[in-house]
Write a protein that binds this ligand. Structure first.
Ligand code: ADP
Ligand code: MG
Length: 211
């Protein structure tokens, strides 16, 4: 089970991970984009943090919806609408809920991935957020089908995400600004895939109760 308080904590941990990795994400984007991914994400999540007091007593769907709306209105570039859609779709499958079963957490993650796919139209191996999200959600799904608990499923998803992030390095970018570089995008880790990894690792930390 994942509680409403844990969802709030997830958002907080992710926001602080973004803050701590702002320079790193921006450096990754400097190599194959326009050096703003860390800046974009940090701007959005600082806005989300300022909304946090208003979310204390809301259900999980409402929390995720506010996160979505805040990101869409405060992050420019590709990642604003993509993360905005991820959290919007995640909110629609968690409306009115105060806690989530492992199956419901899977639905949240799957809906988020589906939102990114619908919005960005990226395929696997296009060197985007999808290259971390998709294998991670598949690993979570498999763990659920094997009857694993939430923590174990999330540990497996994050382990897969870590390898998947590494796997973005040799990919040739086919979406977003990095695609303008063609062959020169090869050899660099994708910034959006990196922030997605941080998002999943933050969720694991929350579930594990590490903070
Ligand atoms: P911008 O590219 O507009 O400067 P950001 O730098 O904030 O936006 O985000 C770049 C990241 O967005 C990329 O590293 C990539 O992971 C992700 N991205 C770009 N286009 C897509 C897409 N169509 N589908 C999924 N992810 C995408
Ligand atoms: Mg950028």
């Amino acid at each position: 089970m994942v509680s409403q308080a844990q969802i709030l904590q997830w958002v907080q941990i992710f926001a602080s991970e973004i803050e701590q990795n702002k320079e790193y994400l921006t450096q990754l984007d400097a190599a194959i984009g326009d050096a703003d991914h860390g800046i974009n994400m940090d701007r959005g999540f600082k806005k989300v943090m300022s909304q946090l007091p208003t979310l204390a007593n809301q259900d999980i769907g409402s929390i995720l919806k506010t996160v979505s709306m805040t990101l869409i209105s405060s992050i420019g570039g590709a990642s604003g609408p993509l993360y905005g859609t991820l959290f919007l779709k995640a909110s629609t499958v968690t409306t009115g809920k105060q806690e989530l079963t492992t199956q419901e957490l899977f639905q949240l993650l799957q809906a988020g991935l589906d939102g990114v796919l619908q919005r960005g139209k990226a395929q696997l191996e296009d060197k985007t957020m999808v290259d971390v999200l998709s294998p991670a959600v598949a690993a979570f799904k498999q763990a659920v089908e094997e009857g694993k608990d939430t923590l174990t499923a999330m540990q497996q998803a994050v382990a897969v995400a870590e390898q998947a992030l590494e796997n973005t390095k040799p990919m040739l970018a086919k979406k977003g600004r990095a695609s303008y570089l063609g062959e020169r995008s090869i050899g660099h880790q994708d910034p959006g895939a990196t922030s997605c990894y941080l998002m999943l690792r933050s969720l694991l930390e929350t579930i594990a109760g590490d903070r």
